[in-house]
Write a protein that binds this ligand. Structure first.
Ligand code: F6P
Length: 556
């Protein structure tokens, strides 16, 4: 049994990045690299792109515009070896319970396992039940898409509404947007997540109960926001359809909680199951992806799974030096733990990927935003970065000023589809690509004082670009379901590797609990008869202010 397996079974981890022998060597190397400009690195090495780029299937990663040399990469790879990324990776793929605080395996890779190999949790091969649910999702989606599945008045379904939040919203929402060119022409997909009544009201206004199908997506089937929205939708539907028996044609569920689904009134035959070894933010490949299957069909969904599986295989099999998720993770650690970078910006140059930054915010920050290690000890090094972003082109006219001339180092990921889905709009695409290329070049090269002065003699220092801002370029040959599956899995595994380096449990999320508990306590207080005084002065005053505003009674 490997030492990592032993550690996992004992519920333990190893020392994090700061406490590895290679850390001091990396620190000394960083001191040398801090003043090196990437323009000089490019000038000295015409083969830099070949050395620092990698192609895996439809994905091309150019990481040459980073503040690295061959030595940097060798040392970072040594770090990956010292923390035993390979050992932890095997633990994940073999169903060891690496989510130690919840005593769970982490096996979203099984959801897209397209090989004939079994994948086991507690000795049970989970592949038969995974395949069975995928088969049920495909059959159901086919009925809806073909028009065979009818609403309570006999009309075909025209609108699908996914009600969920967090991982039960962001993943399927992002994928449905990204695969817009593949959508069924007669089926619109909507997403309701916000508990603010304005969200559901706006969505329902445009819907016809006779032709709307609701998917209540919630792993726990206990998330308050989702449950309130689901009950609202049910009430809206019942006041129009006037019979509970019609619910069966209009409400289905994706969940791991069969009892709660039945208690809500959804026929268990209309429940699509998944399991506790699928984390919420890693669940778009599971029944939570039902909206995706409805939108693009089972074949395209299978291609998405196949893309993710191809990346899983690459991650599991490629040597670290040629392993895309490992490389991206190490570069992130380089800036996070040596340059002190606090954030990481994600910049898709593709309208269809506009929700990718929001999706990655949850995937990354809910996974690695932790300050105690696997053993519960406070870490003395920086962990998860702040992930943020927006479509690059829009960002250029908004926040890029700070990227180019601000005082902070913000590493960037540029994500681009080389071939558009709209060949008839080549002029648009050319301009998009030209801008992406120009931005990565400008961030890297900058424009020196002398170069600037050669162009103007007014406000020269205002117009200087220091450059030396690192970026990765990830090019998809085209935004197909397969390429998208690869891209998402790439980021999932990057997050995994960083979690190993920082010795974190990337698969729990205790940090979301306190707010939920306090909201539960405050909820009844909003309508309390007497002044609320059990909190701090600020919270008391705000609760009492809201009470007064919502209950305009003379005695308040
Ligand atoms: O509150 C955070 C969280 O638990 C996420 O991790 C999860 O994706 C989301 O809520 C939704 O949870 P559920 O699918 O159980 O409704």
């Amino acid at each position: 049994m490997s030492s990592v397996v032993q550690m996992v079974r004992n519920g333990a981890g190893g020392p994090g990045v700061l406490h590895r022998p290679v850390y001091r060597v990396l620190q000394a190397h960083h001191a040398q690299m801090e003043t090196v400009h990437m323009r000089d690195l490019f000038a000295a090495d015409p083969a830099r792109f070949e050395r620092f780029s990698l192609r895996v299937g439809a994905l091309l990663l150019d990481y040459s515009k980073n503040r690295i040399t061959g030595d940097t990469m060798s040392l970072l790879l040594r770090l990956a070896e010292e923390v035993d990324v390979a050992g932890w990776r095997e633990c994940m793929f073999t169903g060891e319970k690496i989510n130690n605080t919840e005593n769970r395996a982490v096996l979203h890779v099984a959801l897209r396992n397209r090989s004939n190999q079994p994948m086991r949790v507690d000795g049970e091969d989970v592949m038969p039940k995974v395949s069975a649910v995928i088969g049920r999702m495909a059959a159901f989606a086919e009925q809806v898409r073909s028009g065979e599945w009818r609403g309570y008045t006999g009309k075909r379904i025209s609108d699908v509404v996914n009600i969920g939040i967090g991982g039960s919203d962001l993943g399927p929402r992002m994928v449905c947007q990204a695969l817009k060119p593949y959508h069924h022409p007669q089926l619109k997909v909507h997403f309701i997540s916000n508990v603010d009544g304005a969200h559901i009201q706006e969505a329902l206004e445009a819907l016809n109960p006779e032709t709307t199908l609701f998917i209540v997506s919630s792993k726990t089937f206990a998330t308050q926001e989702t449950m309130i929205n689901a009950h609202h939708a049910r009430e809206w539907f019942l006041t129009r359809s006037l019979a509970t028996r019609h619910i069966a044609r209009h409400f289905v569920a994706a969940s791991a909680n069969r009892d709660a689904v039945a208690a809500f009134g959804i026929d268990p035959a209309n429940m699509f199951e998944f399991w506790d070894w699928v984390g919420g933010r890693y669940s778009l490949w599971s029944a939570i992806g039902l909206s995706i299957v409805l939108a693009v069909g089972a074949e395209r969904f299978a291609e998405l799974l196949e893309g993710a599986h191809a990346m899983d295989r690459h991650f599991r099999e490629a040597p670290s030096a040629r392993n895309m998720p490992v490389i991206l993770a190490l570069l992130g650690v380089w800036y996070n733990n040596f340059f002190g970078a606090e954030s990481h910006v994600v910049l898709p140059y593709d309208h269809c990927l506009r929700s990718l930054p929001a999706y990655l915010e949850q995937a990354d920050m809910e996974s690695n935003g932790k300050s105690v290690d696997r053993d519960g000890n406070r870490v003395d090094y920086a962990t998860g970065q702040i992930v943020w972003g927006a479509t690059g082109i829009n960002g250029q006219h908004a926040f890029y000023q700070l990227l180019h001339q601000g005082t902070r180092l913000i590493p960037a990921d540029f994500i681009v589809s080389a071939v558009p889905h709209t060949p008839d709009r080549q002029a648009h695409h050319d301009l998009l690509i030209a801008n992406f290329l120009a931005q990565t070049e400008a961030l890297m090269r900058g424009r020196s004082f002398e170069e600037t002065r050669a162009q103007t003699d007014r406000f020269v220092s205002h117009k200087v670009f220091e450059g030396n801002h690192p970026s990765n370029a990830i090019l998809l040959s085209k935004l197909t379901p397969h390429a998208l599956g690869m891209l998402i899995a790439l980021y999932e595994h990057k997050i995994f590797v960083q979690g190993v380096i920082w010795n974190l449990n990337s698969y729990d999320q205790w940090g979301v609990e306190l707010g939920k508990q306090l909201a539960g306590r405050i909820l009844p207080e909003l309508h309390a008869d007497a002044q609320v005084s059990g909190h701090d002065a600020s919270t008391n005053a705000l609760i009492n202010y809201c009470r007064r505003m919502n209950l305009p009674r003379a005695d308040l």
